[in-house]
Design a protein around this ligand. Sequence first.
Ligand SMILES: [Zn+2]
Length: 116
Amino acid sequence: MLRCSWCMKKIKENDPVFGLSVKFAEGVDYSDQEGSITQLWLETRNTSVPMIVTTADSEAKEDGSDAMFALCSEKCGKKMKETLNKETTTIKEFKDIYGIKNVQQLSYFNDFSSAC
Ligand SMILES: [Zn+2]
């Protein structure tokens, strides 16, 4: 089961989802956890949030993304972006993933379905 990386609300398979793709800062490496959902520590929020690590052969990786966040609404996406702006030791850059409407499409984009 996927959860919103901001408010922790459960996101069901056919619920709308907003994807945020991130690129790690220099020296940050989660490649041993690719394809799984792990926790990313956010210094500025003093908590960790669920993060999907991109698999090496996925479409997301080809697009330059190291990991992804699933968010339940645009509002959560906006707050997440504000926070990521401050997390410069772990996050180099981030962008919206367009054209993703639900969890199924997100898992097609990056094969983490086995981790759910
Ligand atoms: Zn949310």
